[in-house]
Structure formats: structure tokens, C-alpha cells
Ligand binder design. Sequence first.
Ligand code: UDP
Length: 396
Amino acid sequence: MIEKYGEIIGESELDSVYKIAEKLKGISVLHVNSTPKGGGVAEILSKMVPMMKELGINTDWKVIRGDSEFFNVTKSFHNSLQNGVGNLPPSAFDIYNKWQEINSSEISTDYDVVFIHDPQPAGLIRFKRKGKWIWRCHIDISNPYPPVWEFLKRYIELYDSMVISSPVFGRDDLKLQQFIIPPSIDPFSIKNRDISRFTVERILRKFDVDPDRPLVTQISRFDRAKDPLGVIKAFKGLKRHIDAQLVYLGSPASDDPEGNIVYQETLKAAESVKDVHLLLLPPDSDLEVNAFQRGSDVVMQKSIKEGFGLTVSEAMWKRRSVIGGNTGGIPLQIIHGYTGFLVNTPEEATHYLIYLMRNEEVREKIGESAREHVKNNFLMIRELRDYLMTFALALQ
Ligand code: UDP
């Protein structure tokens, strides 16, 4: 699998990855997160873990468990860390601590490197017995709700180092070393590899979407940070000028208990708008995601808060023009006017939707630059190399 990257990045780049891996051969690495499927972290781990194994690193991936009370607490942490506003359930901190203890008794963490993803399992560090522990933060922690951040910070400070996705998330109230490693996509996966126009059209038709009419798509969990209502509003604006269709494809994630409520809100907002398709598909609908991204004239990722937004790179790799929220890791991917367009409001999104829909030539030009930008910066081989570097530094 790794060999295949030679075709894209060249043999000498690939050699540099093998060279670092050679030094790390035989070490053991554990990844821990909070869901096996759904969302970007599970997406990355499902591809990254086999690649690390291929390089001779003994890599395991374990998922913490919890009840609905625990996942309500961690979702409220997630929201309050990204929004700066708190709305915690009662006894939130006690519930969080209780489940860290339960998981620590069930998950062996006896590895050379333990990579803990996001806040949900961050408290496992209290039970550290050996190895170097790295906290991999995938979310926006630049303006957190102080009580939640102060609570988490006591754990984070116990780590050996930490990884964030963008320089804008760097924190000067932490003493530990902070590495900046943006996420990445697997160009060879079912979700991202080339598929024929025939397959694209067949899948669109299966969901009653007309491949011959203009199409806008957003692929995101039903989460307010992804601004589904803003997407509907922007599409309504477009609809006054162009007879387009909208697909909002969302799938559930087991660690996101708010999905259904937000889906209902979106359904209501879309009620009176023609040609809106809200699709709830299983989280492993990779071929469908591929087809909808490829089959779209414009892809949206109108997030209000975003850690990185893998969906942006996924669509850019497919030479799509993406309109993305000007937040978090999206501006790393979208260079405004060159590899896509950044927006702050639904009205701005409508403006660029109309502009792009009317200009096929611009869409094609942006699509080419977008593909090149992803090729140079956001393919998994680069993230793999960066992770290997953090292991090498941690174990020095
Ligand atoms: N995704 C999917 N089906 C969906 C919604 C999302 O397969 O219905 C995938 C999407 O293609 C991407 C990941 O889930 O690979 C979402 O990652 P992102 O960083 O965009 O957002 P997150 O969910 O992690 O906040």
C-alpha cells in the first residue's frame, strides 16, 4: 500500500519515510479514540494503523466505551471547547472521571508510545504505567469554555507532548511540546480513488438525484458546528437563480448523541425547499461519499467550527471547487480564490455558489489547483511521516 505512494510523491520522498521507519522498527504503538466508525478520527485511524503495521511498527487501535451519560458529557465538552460556551450536564466531571477509570481497567496501555485522540479518552493518562504518551487533539481549542479547559488541562499537562492540526490551535498556557500536524486523506481508499462517471451517475440516480442538473453537496455529521441550517439557507439563495439540487449526506457516529436532534432541525428547515436531499447513510458508505463528491458541481463545508475538515481535502482531491467556512483547519486547505472559497455567512456562500455555478472554466481551474494543493500537503503519507517523527522525538 505504501509503495503506491511512490507514483504520487516520487521515490526519494518515499525513501525518507522508510528511513525514519527503519529506526522505529519493532516499537509498539497504541492509538485510543472513542468511536470505531463515523467522523474524521476513525476515518484516519482506519487507514493509518495498517500503514504503521506495514512499516514494522507494532500498532494497535482501541476504542474506549461509555454509556449515553458519558457520551452526553463528552459531546458537551466537545461543544464547549469549540464554542467557548458551557452547557454541561450535572456531575459532568465525575461522570467523565468514572469512565476513565473503567476504561483504564479494561484497556492495557503497556506500549512504547500511547497516542490518545481527542478529549474523550484524555483522562486515561492518570493511569499511565509506562511509555511516552502523546495527546492528539483534532478539535479547535483556541477559545475554550474555561471551566472545561481548566479541568482537561490538568490531564493534558501530564502528557509528554501534544499534536494539534493547525498553528491557530497552539496554546501558550501549556508547557509541553506542541507539534503541528494537519490531518490527511488516503487517495487509494474507496472513498477517494478514481471511479467511473458511469458509477457516479448510477449512485446519484439511486438516490433520486439527477446527474444532468447542477448539484451542490455537503457531507457532514448532523452537528451544529457543520452549520446544516446555513447550508440550507445558502442553497435557498442559489435556488432563486439556478435550478440546482442539494445533497446533505450525514451519518451517525456512536460518540455523537446530538445527531438525531440536529437532523430533525435540518429536516424542518428544508421542508419548504425544493430539491433538497437529506440522506442518512451508514458511516461506511464510502463509495456513495466518493460518488456524491465527484458528481457535484460545487462542494460545501460551511462549518462554523472545524478541527480540520477532511471532507474539504476529499473533495479537492477530486478536483472539486469547495466553499468552506473560514474557521479552524479549513483555511489550511482553501486558499481563498485559488484552491476554493472561504465564507463567513450563508449569504457569502450563496454569492460563491452562484459565481461557481455560472463559471465552468473557473471551477475547472480551481479544481486543478485544489488537487495540487492536496497532493503536496494533505495525503496520508505526509501525516504518517510526521507521526513517525513525533515517535522518534518522544523516544529519544
Ligand atoms: N463522512 C462519511 N459519511 C457521512 C459524513 C461524513 O463518510 O455521512 C466522513 C467524511 O467523508 C470524512 C469524515 O467522515 O472522511 C468526517 O471528517 P471531518 O474531518 O470532515 O469531520 P468530523 O466528523 O471529524 O468532525
